[in-house]
Design a protein around this ligand. Structure first.
Ligand code: HEM
Length: 163
């Protein structure tokens, strides 16, 4: 029987190299995969929801103005970032409607930013009830209508979760 012993160091070397190459390619794949614009918008929206909850809990109480102001500032930053992206359902529109659809999306994001600024001003001027009214009226309405207009067509069940 022939022995593999003389080849053992070389085999070990080849095996180590293979493990190293495999490991590096896994690391490279996980580290370089940038989020797509759709994924970016999704993440921004998740952050928006979290900050909105925080704001909703704090807005009526002047003692919690620091919390309200921090949350509103985060939401403004999110709106600015989201404004540069595209509506998720752009591809579902006929080509000739896409430019108008993108413009409407950007205008609605700007409307959200404007509501958020009104809320910030109201808090800073000690008008907490006004900030709450803007949240529960115009901003909630805008969220509702925007999700109708710009989310991808999907089943009711999924749609229901997008609040
Ligand atoms: C306070 C206001 C808003 C909140 C709290 C909010 C929250 C959310 C949440 C939580 C989702 C993801 C839901 C899920 O996938 O389960 C979502 C998705 C989305 N929202 Fe909003 N939203 C708001 C306003 C807006 C506005 C003003 C627009 C457009 C002008 C908009 C456009 C979208 C789009 C296109 C998606 C689909 C993106 C995706 O999740 O893949 N949203 N939103």
């Amino acid at each position: 029987m022939t022995s593999l012993r003389p080849f053992a160091p070389r085999l070990l070397g080849v095996a180590c190299l293979a493990v190293l190459v495999l490991g590096l390619s896994v690391v490279a794949r996980t580290e370089t995969k940038a989020p797509t614009p759709d994924e970016q918008l999704h993440e921004l929206m998740i952050g928006l929801k979290r900050q909105l909850k925080e704001f909703g809990r704090a807005v009526a109480d002047p003692a919690m103005n620091e919390t309200s102001l921090a949350a509103v500032a985060e939401m403004q930053a999110i709106a600015l970032a989201a404004k540069t992206l595209e509506p998720s359902n752009l591809d579902e529109k006929p080509k000739e409607e896409r430019a108008a659809h993108k413009a409407a999306y950007r205008a609605d994001m700007a409307r959200m930013l404007s509501d958020l600024c009104q809320m910030e001003i109201a808090i800073l001027e000690g008008r907490n009830a006004d900030a709450q009214a803007t949240l529960q009226g115009p901003l909630f309405d805008l969220r509702e209508s925007s999700h109708e207009k710009y989310q991808k067509e999907e089943g009711e069940e999924h749609h229901e979760r997008r609040r």
